[in-house]
Structure formats: structure tokens, C-alpha cells
Ligand binder design. Sequence first.
Ligand SMILES: [Zn+2]
Ligand SMILES: [Zn+2]
Length: 321
Amino acid sequence: MLEIIMLGTGGSMPTENRNLPAIAVRYQGWVLMFDCGEDVQRQIDRASLGTNKKMAIFVSHMHADHILGLPGLLLRFSLLGRIKPLNVYGPKELIDYVKVNQSTINLGTTFETVVHAIEPGVIFQEEDLTVRAFEVDHRGFALGYELTLQKPTGEFIPERAEKLGIPIGPMWSKLAAGESVQLEGGKTVHPEEVTGPRPNPVKIVYSGDTRPCQALREASKNANVLISEAMYTTEHEDLAEERGHSTAKAMAQIASESNVGLLVLTHYSPRYFDGSDIIREGKNNFADTVLARDLMRITLDKEGNYTITEPGLEPPTKSQD
Ligand SMILES: [Zn+2]
Ligand SMILES: [Zn+2]
């Protein structure tokens, strides 16, 4: 099971109920974070994401509303004694930005921060998770991200393994992880012989800040979830164009054309207060649209079916580091 937690859903300025952009994806001990808006450290605490998880942060672009949370996060993790290295991916300007921020932590950080200056393409591959960056159309260099979860094999079927005489133990684990094994006597067993059909990949796409563009349309093809900025409604299309943003309608049209499972509209302007105009416009153009709220959780099962938990309805579970 993979879980998306919307840590911050505001655009440009925080409001009473909305922090600046940050999205966490939790999967088997990993926390992948997309953008790092101001005060993300308190949202991490509220969402019980822990201090010492395997973690990577993907920054969409160097506008302040997407990166002001990084200094606080580095400080928090140091004060709490994080040990594991932290990998940060994004535009090359991040290298100096992180260096300057580290220099403000007077006792020094307790962990290594590795900054990866990236270009569009596959930038991260760990276990079943792959992240691809693609360039979007904002002001200056800006990236969107496509996260794919692909299991190496289908479900392990113990009866088949027993039938083939494979002893219970490490060989079972290897086959379940997609590796072939050699039995005593030399016979090789391949994972396909003891597993069910390989499930389709589960795909999540994050737009970053962007005008509607072809790269986003292509990345979103058959995505289970598209998390997209929707800074304006069509009433302010002129502002969207001038400032390099999108309307709820434009993103709903992309979701519809790209056969998306669920569209999550986020990063909307503080002028829309509770976002009712944004969600109305989104839903009118694509029925499977929800408005992101801080600490909303979306869980995806291995078939990519989603369940949405509104914030406040689920007691937080303290994570074990
Ligand atoms: Zn922004
Ligand atoms: Zn921006």
C-alpha cells in the first residue's frame, strides 16, 4: 500500500488552514517528498512521518513558496539527531541554497545532505519506486514529477514453490523479490514459475507550477492520481497566463484527455478562500476531482484503487524510527 499525504496545499502564501506546497508519499519505510513549503516541519510532525526515515525530497522549482520549508527541516532533523543521509533533487541552484541554509545551523547538521542537480529524465530508482522529472512551462526552469510503483513480480504462490520442491527459506524470499534461484542438482527456477501475473504499475504525477503543457499531458497518461496546481478559475485566465499558472478547468481537461483516475487540485490562490470555486470548476470538467486539504491522505492499493481520508478523521499513529 502506498500513501499520499498532502502536507501543504496553499499557493504563494500560507492561509489560516493551508500551508505551502509539500506532498509526502509513504511506501515501505520510504518517505518521498515533493516540494518543501514553509513550515513543513510541523506538518511532518502532525502527519507522524518520523525523523530518521529513508527520505528523498524533489523540488519542482526555485520559487520561495516551494522551498522555504527546507531550512526548518534541516534544523529540525539535526536537533532530533537524524542519522540517515537526506537526498534532495531539483534545479542546480539548490546546491548553493542548501549550503547557505546548512551554514545557519550553528551546531552543524547530524546527517549528510546530498543535493542532486537534475535535468529531465529518470532521476531516482529505489526498490519498486522510480521517479522521472519532466520540464513544465512556468517562469524559468521548472519540473513536474512522475512517480511509478512497479512490483518486480506478481504475488508469490507458495503451493507452486512447494510443488517444484523449493525449500522454504531464503529461496522463497529471492523468488518473491523477482530473482531466479538454483536448486540442489542444478535446476534453475525463475520467479514467473511461482508467482501470479505482474500487476500494472501504479502512477502518481505532480505538476509543480505550470501552464497546461504537453509534457504534463504525456506524463499524466493513465496516471492513477494527478496532483496538480490550480491557481485560478477561468475568470482569471489572464492572470494564469501572465504568471505561468493554470486554471482548474485546464487541469481537469488534461485529466480527462489523459485518462487519469483521480485529479487532486492543490496550490490555489488565497483569493479563493475555501476553494469552493476551484473544486466546482474542476468537477464540472472532470468528475473524479477532489480539492486538496492539508493533511488529507490518499491511499492506493496495488491495483491503484484509491481511498481518501479527510484530515482529522484518522488518529495519527506515531511512527517508529
Ligand atoms: Zn508556487
Ligand atoms: Zn512558481
